[in-house]
Write a protein that binds this ligand. Structure first.
Ligand code: FMN
Length: 362
């Protein structure tokens, strides 16, 4: 497909259509206030990307409970106190012409005590000396996701994206390695997917008919089983439970290394499913106009821009202006990153990512 196809609108099952096929990937930037309120730096960043030409912008991972925190200075949506800053962010994205989604996050067993987190494992065997969540506690966390989605709606966001990747709570529950529960949230694949399903159903109940729900999925580590995730995704597609699936690959060209699908493109395991009205996109080194267009050819409805969107905050606009556009190569030098307009907090966080900033240049 041609680069121009990236600028065709994409309808979603609920609410307005994306004006093009570019989605800003969720990017933690550790620049919020310590109580989770959006800071002036959050606002500056959002203002910047809002003008970048994205069809949809996801916020960074945002805590649905204060105890579910994983990162220092993480953005929060667990209290009405956060509404003011979030409303300002939603308004900025709308002014820029993009749709908006808050990425809802709870760190589960990976919650960090040093930032006020309380590790909340699905199984008693995951963390020495820490009990598994009771069924009532799982239901409380489910309800916190739902309440957070309602807050996102009140703040003016078009939707939410559920963080179901990287071993955080929703993917933790899907993992046969991390979930040995015997209640209705453990055991069969269906039971391990139940927390996510109940969150989605709860959101549909409390939010309006236009409200959009995305779901982010990763396939590696944390004991996640590709065959099972495919089965769950197929079910979500069949039931049209979500508006879009966002595959959190680190390389969109990744090949499956073992098991039933060995040798096949990871992306194809999901794009080959009958997806009904659900849209599918992937992240993973989408660093050029040509690669983005190629991913439409490979079955994606949209592409997610992560690191290339930090290096040039208006990646879609760059592509529109130049169908041969290529992002600066990763990693960049600290000196280059200084020119990208990040706050000091965001800049410092990026320096912890050797895949982004050359360590010897810091
Ligand atoms: C600095 C940084 C922060 C990230 N924060 C999040 C996050 O908050 N939530 C999430 O789901 N993924 C997060 N990711 C993963 C990205 O959304 C994306 O999936 C990944 O970077 C691969 O895409 P890319 O190759 O375009 O960067 C982060 C990645 C980076 C580099």
């Amino acid at each position: 497909m041609a680069v121009s196809d990236l600028f065709k609108p994409l309808s979603l099952l609920h609410g307005p259509a994306m004006s093009n096929r570019f989605m800003l990937a969720p990017l933690t930037n550790q620049q919020s206030e310590r109580d989770g309120c959006a800071s002036e730096f959050d606002q500056q960043w959002i203002e910047q990307v809002a003008q970048g030409g994205y069809g949809l912008i996801q916020t960074c991972a945002t805590t649905v409970e204060s105890s579910g925190i994983a990162f220092e200075r993480q953005l929060g949506i667990h209290s009405d106190h956060h509404l003011r800053g979030l409303s300002q962010m939603a308004a900025a994205i709308r002014r820029g012409g993009g749709l908006s989604a808050v990425q809802l996050h709870h760190a589960g067993h990976r919650a960090r005590a040093q930032f006020g987190g309380v590790p909340a494992p699905a199984s008693a065997s995951t963390l020495p000396g820490i009990k598994a969540l009771t069924t009532e506690e799982v239901e409380r966390i489910r309800d916190s996701f739902v309440a957070a989605a309602r807050r996102a709606e009140l703040a003016g966001f078009d939707g939410v994206a559920l963080h179901g990747a990287f071993g955080w709570i929703l993917s933790e529950f899907m993992s046969p390695l991390l979930n040995d529960r015997t209640d209705r949230f453990g055991g069969s694949v269906e039971n391990r997917a139940r927390l996510t399903v109940e969150v989605i159903e709860g959101i549909r109940r409390v939010c309006g008919p236009q409200f959009q729900i995305g779901w982010r999925l990763s396939v590696e580590r944390y004991g996640l089983q590709l065959d099972e995730l495919r089965e769950i995704a197929a079910d979500f597609f069949d039931r049209e439970l979500i508006d879009y699936l966002d595959l959190a690959l680190w390389d969109s060209a990744q090949i499956v290394q073992e098991g039933t699908f060995k040798g096949q493109a990871m992306l194809s395991i999901f794009t080959n499913l009958r997806r009904r009205g659900v849209r599918v996109g992937t992240a993973g080194r989408v660093m050029s106009a040509q690669r983005a267009a190629q991913l439409l050819e490979e079955g994606c409805d949209f592409v997610l821009i992560g690191r290339a969107g930090i290096l040039k905050t208006d990646f879609p606009r760059q592509v529109r202006a130049n169908p041969q556009y290529e992002s600066p190569q990763l990693p960049v030098t600290a000196e280059y990153l200084r020119t990208c307009g990040l706050s000091e907090r965001f800049f410092n966080y990026m320096c912890e990512w050797p895949s982004v900033v050359l360590p010897e240049s810091i």
